[in-house]
Design a protein. Sequence first.
Length: 359
Amino acid sequence: MNARKIVFYFAIAVALIVLPMFLQVFGNAWVRIADTALLYVLLAIGLNIVVGYAGLLDLGYVAFFAVGAYLYALLASPHLSETFPVFAAMFPNGLHTPIWMVIPIAAGVAGLFGILLGAPTLKLRGDYLAIVTLGFGEIVRVFLNNLDHPVNITNGPKGLSQIDPLSFFGVSLGKPFSFGGYQISSVMMYYYLFLVCVLVSIVISHRLAESRVGRAWMAIREDEIAAKAMGINTRNLKLLAFGVGASFGGVSGALFASFQGFVSPESFTLMESIMIVAMVVLGGLGHLPGVVLGALLLAALPEVLRYVAAPLQHLTGGRLDASILRQLLIALAMIVVMLLRPRGLWPTPEHGKSLQTNT
């Protein structure tokens, strides 16, 4: 690694560390936007394993996000103790499972759900696979919306509240923390936690891409029949892609639940899945820097466009709703990017190289 790259990475590290301090000057809301953007980066990295590396179009990825979120909500809230006498006798003050136990459980359960989704869809490709995964995502959301009777597990559309914030060594991330006369807000602490999780996820995803498993995934993506002819076990590798990608979604969901303190089925709609897929495609399929860039842009763009949509609403005399205008501007921006950069904002050099040579 030359000196220029070292300076470049050092500058990025300093910028990421200083960013929440700069944003807090304008209010905690902007730091919260950065937190949400990092959560979407985590989701996009997980989906990139399925869509970008293995070439499996998954439109139900938000289901694994929901599984992780509800799992943490059930294990770190008083809901189970208030609903079931057995839990009330064992945990009279509510079930408050520590984070170091919940995160592996969330990853494992979400990964299991990913394998359960992948098993019956092994022979499906393209549009058919997308339709099945879309249905899976909606089934999970409908279940979460209706599992409040006859036994109240998810509290239905009312959602689960009073979820514990994350805590490390007795320090709760739900309260401001004073250090050396400087007060660190809750949203800022969550920012640094999410940043560490994103960096760890990038390292894991990069190592997977460079491994034999990652190369096999990419071979399946380019030509599954040729990959099978070369002796690659496409069935097991597809299931592995679904499971590993889903585990990233489960961890993201657990972090989301602790950050919000409340979860409901409305947070896991089809539009969320489509937005995560759009982040991967917009940034560049199978290319980690592009996926991160696409996730950051699409997560932050709606909030930035609030300040553009409001003046436009005034120009039309209030006849157009600001939220609709914001969605129209996002859609227009995505169309322009796809027309000008059909392979994404930052595509991988290898993916699509054969297409370029043929044209």
